[in-house]
Design a protein around this ligand. Structure first.
Ligand SMILES: Nc1nc2c(c(=O)[nH]1)N[C@H]1C(S)=C(S)[C@@H](COP(=O)(O)O)O[C@H]1N2
Ligand SMILES: [Mo]
Length: 382
C-alpha cells in the first residue's frame, strides 16, 4: 500500500470514528472536524513510517494512530526469515515429543474447536524511542486456547519446555557451519499453560493475514512480540532447554544488576513486557489541546497514568474505557491553555502493585536496544 492510499483510508476511518466517538462521548483518538495534529518538534523531518512491503519490517507512525484496534494492514511487522507461503489445505500443526498422544491438526480441526476472542496488543522487544515506538499494534484475535490442545495431547511428567516452530527457515552460520534453522521460541511448562495463550487463526474478524503468520500463530498475551510465533507448524514438548537464536542470542538483553548483593552483567531472554507508557499524539481543536498515548505491560492492572508538562506536577490522565487486560491501554490528558513556545511532555504509568515506569536515569545500565521502556520526553511547539 502506498502512503497516499493510507492517508485517504485514514481520513475515511477518521470521519467514521468521529461519528461513533461523538455518540459515546469518548473522543480518542480520531481527528474530528476542525481538529489538527500538533507536530512534535522531537521527530526529525526525515523520520518516516515504514510502509508494508513483502519481507520487510513495517512500523507505524505513532502520531497517526487513530483507532483503538489497529487495522491488519497497519499493524507492525517483524520477521527474521522472510514471509513463507503456506497453503491452508495442506498445512498441518504437529504436536510432538513428551506427550501421551502426538497429534497432527488441520486448520479445519482447529477452527471447529471451541474458540475464544481476545484483544491483545504487543510490541517488538526491539521497539523503542528511536522509532517513536512504532513497532506496535493492538488487535482482536480469535483462536483456540493453547492449554486445550496441550491437555488433549497430555504433557508427560518430566517435561520442561515447549518449543514452537515456524515454517520460516533460513541458513544460519553457527560455529563456522551453515545449517538450516526454523524460527522458534520456547516457553516453560507453567508459562505455556497460562489460560490466555492462544493459537490464533483470525485477526480483527479476518482469516489471519499472510504477513501476520497465516494460517495460525501463537499469541502469548503480556509478552513481547517475539514470543508470538507466526506460521506455526510444530509444538514440541521436551525435557531440556531450547537454545535457538531467538531464545539464546537475539532478543537477549544485557544489563547490569544486583545479583544477591553482587553487581553483575546479566543476560535475559526478553519475556514479559516491561511497564511502559508513551505519548504519541497531541491534537488541538478550537484552542483546546489533547495529549494522547499508550501503555503496554504484562497485563497487571494499572493504578494510574500521569502526564507532566514542563516542570509542572504529575497530573492524572483518563483511561480509554475500551482498554482490557492484554490490549494496549490508551489514555488522554486535557491540556488547558498551554502558553506559546516549546513544551516538554512526559508520561508515566503505575500499576496496582505500585511499580512506577522508570525514568531514563533509573534504568539499569544496558547494552543494545532490547527492552526500551523508560519514560519518554516529547516536545511540541505551541
Ligand atoms: N515464524 C516467525 N514468527 C515470528 C517472527 C519470525 O521472524 N518468524 N518474528 C517475531 C517477532 S520478533 C515479532 S516482534 C512478532 C511480530 O509479529 P507481527 O509481524 O504480526 O507484528 O512476530 C514474532 N513471530
Ligand atoms: Mo520482535
Amino acid at each position: 500500500m502506498n502512503p497516499e492510499d493510507k492517508s485517504r483510508r485514514q481520513v475515511l476511518k477518521g470521519s467514521m470514528l468521529a461519528a461513533g466517538a461523538a455518540a459515546s462521548g469518548w473522543v480518542f483518538p480520531a481527528l474530528a472536524q476542525g481538529e489538527r495534529l500538533v507536530p512534535f518538534t522531537d521527530v526529525p523531518d526525515s523520520f518516516q513510517w515504514r510502509p508494508v512491503q513483502p519481507n520487510t519490517t513495517h512500523w507505524q507512525d505513532t502520531r497517526q494512530i487513530t483507532d483503538f484496534t489497529t487495522d491488519n494492514d497497519d499493524f507492525y511487522l517483524v520477521q527474521h526469515y522472510g514471509q513463507p507461503e503456506i497453503d491452508n489445505d495442506s498445512w498441518r500443526l504437529k504436536v510432538t515429543g513428551m506427550v501421551d498422544n502426538e497429534m497432527e491438526l488441520s486448520l479445519a480441526d482447529l477452527m471447529n474447536d471451541d474458540s475464544v476472542e481476545q484483544q491483545v496488543g504487543f510490541e517488538c522487544g526491539g521497539n523503542g524511542q528511536r522509532l517513536f515506538h512504532g513497532l506496535i499494534g493492538n488487535a482482536n484475535w480469535r483462536g483456540v486456547p493453547l492449554v486445550n490442545i496441550l491437555e488433549r495431547a497430555g504433557v508427560q511428567a518430566g517435561a520442561k519446555e515447549i518449543v514452537f516452530f515456524g515454517a520460516d527457515i533460513a541458513t544460519e552460520e553457527i560455529r563456522g557451519r551453515e545449517v538450516e534453522k526454523a524460527f522458534a521460541r520456547s516457553l516453560s511448562i507453567p508459562d505455556a499453560m497460562r489460560p490466555e495463550n492462544m493459537l490464533a487463526f483470525e485477526m480483527n474478524g479476518e482469516p489471519l493475514p499472510h504477513y501476520h503468520g497465516k494460517p495460525v500463530r501463537l499469541l502469548v498475551p503480556g509478552w513481547y512480540g517475539v514470543a508470538n510465533v507466526k506460521w506455526l507448524t510444530q509444538i514440541h514438548v521436551q525435557s531440556t532447554r531450547y537454545m535457538g537464536r531467538f531464545m539464546g542470542r537475539d532478543y537477549v538483553t544485557l544489563k547490569k544488576e544486583e545479583v544477591g548483593g553482587v553487581e553483575r552483567w546479566v543476560e535475559n531472554s526478553v519475556t514479559t513486557m516491561n511497564l511502559k507508557s508513551s505519548i504519541i499524539r497531541v491534537t488541538e481543536r478550537g484552542g483546546e489541546y489533547k495529549v494522547m498515548g499508550f501503555v503496554l505491560n504484562d497485563g497487571t492492572p494499572l493504578q494510574s497514568v500521569e502526564v507532566k508538562i514542563d516542570d509542572g506536577p504529575w497530573q492524572r490522565a483518563e483511561m480509554d474505557p475500551r482498554n482490557t487486560q492484554y490490549s494496549w491501554k490508551l489514555f488522554t490528558y486535557d491540556w488547558n491553555n498551554p502558553g506559546p513556545g516549546e513544551h516538554t511532555l512526559i508520561s508515566r504509568v503505575t500499576d496496582v502493585n505500585g511499580n512506577v515506569q522508570a525514568t531514563q536515569e533509573e534504568l539499569p545500565e544496558k547494552v543494545s536496544y532490547w527492552e526500551d521502556f523508560g519514560q519518554f520526553a516529547r516536545t511540541v511547539r505551541i
